[in-house]
Design a protein around this ligand. Structure first.
Ligand code: UDP
Ligand code: MG
Length: 304
């Protein structure tokens, strides 16, 4: 059996189209299916629309979370209910074409892989968003020490063994593409051009995307502490040079150094310290969150 996990949040206008596209893709394949639609605390009529899908086709099951926990938590919730031998993750706005499930499944079987992910050759989104995403992927690839992490997202399929490894990670700050790469196993990819979302506004707001970016960078690299360390070192070197300059000035009887240079160095040191404290704070906050050990999501209802 193949399980498709699809998180949705306030997507009432596209559920019907999603249902049609997913259903027709499943019907072209000679496999048993279940679809877990995760309602991530929607406040519009998404749930009613989802129940309609379940009434039309019992393979569509609904997992309702107790509130909005966010995209990555919604995927995690859905994955923990998946019963299939192969499990696919797919966004609900049809940016991850359901028709590709067949190629992923073929690839995973014929090449006896554990994980297949979608690699985007291009994406049709706003220019500013594409620039930001590219920048993020560039930084993340450089500093995370993870392999094959560029231009990939959540869209993927894995077998049960890989899923169990994936779910055994109890981390609370979750960046799923990073965790998927981290667990290893035999991985392959299929390339696709990522279309624009079918209709409506993105539900991952700008702030949500930025905080996901921070989750990724902070949980997979020590780049932030390194920035802090290096700017500290540069600052100290600069101060030595300044001290040398002041001493030479004194000895040669040049005019005493002005007020502005003092103020500037105070600002500089101050900012280096602030930056360092901020970065430390970020790590401490994350340690605090991990030790709280709160569940990643709560389920209100499961309809199958
Ligand atoms: N989503 C969710 N919870 C959220 C935000 C988004 O379940 O808090 C869902 C959303 O309905 C969509 C998928 O996650 O099916 C991807 O979201 P979106 O298209 O807004 O993100 P983007 O394409 O900008 O990454
Ligand atoms: Mg989208």
């Amino acid at each position: 059996m193949i399980t498709l996990v699809i998180p949705v949040y306030n997507e009432e206008i596209l559920i019907e189209e999603l249902f049609k596209r997913v259903q027709s893709s499943m019907n072209t394949m000679n496999e048993e299916f279940e679809v877990i639609l995760v309602d991530d605390g929607s406040t519009d009529n998404t749930l009613t629309e989802l129940i309609r899908c379940n009434e039309k086709d019992k393979r569509f099951k609904i997992l309702t979370l107790s509130r909005n926990f966010g995209h990555q938590a919604a995927y995690t919730a859905g994955l923990s209910y998946a019963k299939g031998d192969y499990i696919a993750l797919m966004d609900g706005d049809l940016q991850d074409p359901p028709e590709l499930i067949q190629s992923m499944h073929n690839k995973i079987i014929t090449e006896s892989l554990d994980i297949v992910y979608g690699k985007r050759t291009e994406r049709k989104e706003k220019f500013s968003k594409r620039v930001l995403i590219r920048l993020f992927h560039w930084i993340f690839k450089k500093f995370s020490n993870l392999e094959n992490i560029k231009n990939i997202g959540n869209f993927s399929m894995m077998n049960r063994k890989a899923l169990e490894a994936f779910l055994s990670i109890q981390e609370k700050n979750r960046y799923l593409p990073g965790l998927r790469s981290f667990i290893g196993f035999k991985q392959g990819f299929v390339e696709y051009s990522r279309p624009a979302r079918l209709i409506g506004e993105p539900k991952m707001s700008f702030t949500k995307l930025i905080s996901l970016g921070f989750d990724a960078v902070f949980s997979f690299s020590n780049l932030p502490v390194k920035i802090c360390l290096y700017s500290g070192i540069i600052g100290i070197v600069l101060i030595f040079l300044a001290v040398l300059y002041i001493i030479i000035g004194k000895i040669t009887g040049m005019a005493p150094l002005g007020w502005s240079s003092i103020i500037m160095s105070i600002y500089f040191i101050g900012s280096v310290q602030l930056l360092s404290v901020g970065i430390l704070g970020e790590y401490i906050f994350r340690i605090y969150k991990e030790t709280q050990n709160r569940p990643i999501f709560f389920v209100r209802k499961f309809i199958d």
